[in-house]
Ligand binder design. Structure first.
Ligand SMILES: [Zn+2]
Length: 242
């Protein structure tokens, strides 16, 4: 949501632009703890995960993964964790704060590695071998937990190993598995050419451009697209008023 104020006093034109983006309003968890809401605009899970750091291209990026609970909330909202899995992981996290903190650090490191691999590819820069190593290390652990399970009728589905049901402790790194797999699938897919960085100033969010003529520019036209329209409007006004 954007508000533009134009005040004229003593011949001086003061233009104040207040931009309240959808993402930051929804991501604000406030003083009373409630589940953080994530904007899922990436098109694939790994890009939505990369976008858990906002305003990446500014000197004040906003971190949405402030806690392991945020990581669980992201996984559930992205449809990668079932509600009962989320609850089991939350209970486990409460009993093991040290490993929980370490797992959150791993998640952030994986996110940054995926971002690095993608951003160097988009910019046609030399590959970052360390970032690829981090991704492959997590991918190796993730794929060892991949299973085939019976589904409706005679069919089968890919699924992830579940903990906690038979009394075992659910693995805290569970939210990382689909993220690593999603990144590997995207990097090896022709869709890699369609990964873009939002044109919004400072935004830095990534998305998969699935528009027919590859013309998508914004993470969201109501957010960065709208800010750009306001910016252009004010620039035109400054020119016409001068
Ligand atoms: Zn954007």
């Amino acid at each position: 949501m954007c508000h533009a104020f134009v005040n004229v006093s003593n011949g001086v034109i003061l233009i104040k632009l207040v931009v309240e983006t959808l993402r930051d309003r929804k991501a604000d968890v406030g003083s009373v703890r409630r589940e953080r809401r994530f904007e899922l605009r990436g098109g694939v899970p790994c890009l939505d995960f990369v976008n858990t750091l906002s305003w990446r291209l500014t000197d004040r990026p906003v971190e949405y993964l402030g806690s392991y609970e945020d990581l669980l909330a992201w996984g559930r909202q992205a449809g990668l964790l079932a509600p009962d899995e989320t609850e089991a992981l939350s209970r486990r996290a409460a009993t093991d704060p040290e490993e929980t903190r370490a797992t959150l650090s791993r998640a952030v490191a994986l996110r940054e590695a995926v971002h690095r691999v993608l951003s160097t590819t988009i910019a046609d820069e030399p590959r970052d071998e360390d970032a690829l190593l981090t991704l492959n290390r997590e991918l190796s652990g993730a794929l060892s937990r991949l299973r085939v399970a019976p589904a409706a009728g005679d069919s089968y589905v890919w699924t992830w190993e579940r903990g906690g049901v038979d009394g075992s402790r659910p693995p805290l790194e569970r939210p990382l598995w689909p993220m690593a797999r999603s990144a590997a699938e995207l990097l090896t897919s022709p869709k890699l050419d369609r990964v873009k960085i939002c044109a919004g100033e400072g935004c830095g969010w990534m998305f998969l451009d699935e528009s027919r003529n590859a013309s998508r520019r914004w993470c969201d036209s109501r957010d960065c697209g709208n800010r750009e329209r306001v910016r252009r409007h004010l620039a035109r006004k400054r020119v016409s008023d001068s």
